[in-house]
Ligand binder design. Structure first.
Ligand code: NDP
Length: 276
């Protein structure tokens, strides 16, 4: 099984499926299984691991650090700075702290978790200086709507946003806007399984049965169907992590996509960016 790759504007190639880690690290007893799940996902090709200083106040970064330690060079961690940490000195120290907890000298991608009160130009200056120091490979943003994106003085490498069949608002304006950049800005789809809320949906179950797949796999195949979206499902279960990676081999048909459109219509008007 090979997960298709897409290009980021910095020239790096990224698998279309990575691993999320929100809520990972919250329960010390679950740590061994969480580490096993992240490693199973990495072995299955989901080498981009998304984490954030916010998740468990560093607990998620700590689990990620242990999971990636044996094969750090095969993994591309993504970390995030909280908006209130994002004035220049705060960005720098938040990044240094994340690197220490992750047990690594650098992360491939560093994101502003959502737009905040500080001048974005100053945060980007701090990102650029972290890049110059080799502490981050590239910077991006998260939860930026078209207005926020347009206000950026330079293009981010990705914009991480909520995206799944029940959260399609970005298809109306944000995704077309990101595609219009040269080079385009890929979206990184968070909560692509809608945190489990769509797993019992009758239509999705029938599509899944038709493909001999699970509903989670159908949702992931749907999220990455355009070839320019990266989905980052979270699973603390090794078998599910492998299952999620295998969704790359599911080719949804035109009939599947039309049936999903009928039940989860694409947006016909601009709507506020949804966040979780
Ligand atoms: P997801 O849509 O990834 O859903 C996670 C839930 O789905 C968990 O309960 C998980 O349970 C379950 N699950 C995963 N795989 C399967 C499977 N194959 N079969 C059945 N259930 C499954 O939700 P998240 O909100 O976690 O989003 C993914 C990641 O995106 C986050 O972890 C985080 O890294 C990022 N994120 C970023 C945000 C931002 O503001 N930038 C906001 C929200 C998320 P189990 O673990 O038991 O398998």
């Amino acid at each position: 099984m090979t997960i298709p790759e897409l290009s980021l504007s910095d020239g790096s190639r990224v698998p279309a499926l990575g691993e999320g880690t929100w809520h990972i690290g919250n329960d010390p007893d679950a740590r061994p299984k969480e580490i096993a799940a992240l490693r199973a996902g990495i072995d299955a090709g989901m080498t981009r691991i998304d984490t954030a200083e916010m998740y468990g106040d560093g607990a998620s970064e700590s689990v990620v650090g242990e999971a990636i330690a044996p094969g750090r060079e095969q993994v591309d961690p993504v970390a995030k700075v909280l908006p209130h940490d994002a004035p220049p000195s705060g960005t720098t120290s938040a990044c240094e702290e994340s690197l220490e907890v992750l047990g690594t000298d650098w992360v491939d991608l560093y994101l502003l978790h959502w737009p905040g009160p500080h001048p974005i130009e100053e945060t980007i200056e701090a990102f650029e200086s972290l890049k110059d120091r080799g502490l981050i490979g590239a910077w991006g943003v998260s939860n930026f709507d078209p207005y926020d994106l347009a206000a950026l003085p330079a293009a981010p490498v990705v914009n991480q946003v909520l995206y799944n069949p029940s959260r399609r608002g970005i298809e109306f304006d944000l995704l077309p806007m990101q595609r219009a950049y040269t080079p385009p800005i890929p979206a990184m789809a968070y909560s692509p399984i809608e945190q489990g809320r769509l797993l019992d949906h009758a239509l999705l179950r029938s599509i899944a049965e038709h493909h001999g797949a699970s509903v989670a796999q159908v949702l992931l195949a749907w999220a990455i169907r355009s070839g320019d979206v990266i989905a980052i499902p979270k699973s603390a279960d090794p078998a599910r992590a492998v299952e999620n990676a295998a969704s790359a081999s599911i080719a949804l048909t035109a009939e599947d996509l039309a049936a999903i459109d009928a039940v989860f219509p694409a947006p016909t008007t601009a709507m506020p960016l949804e966040v979780l």
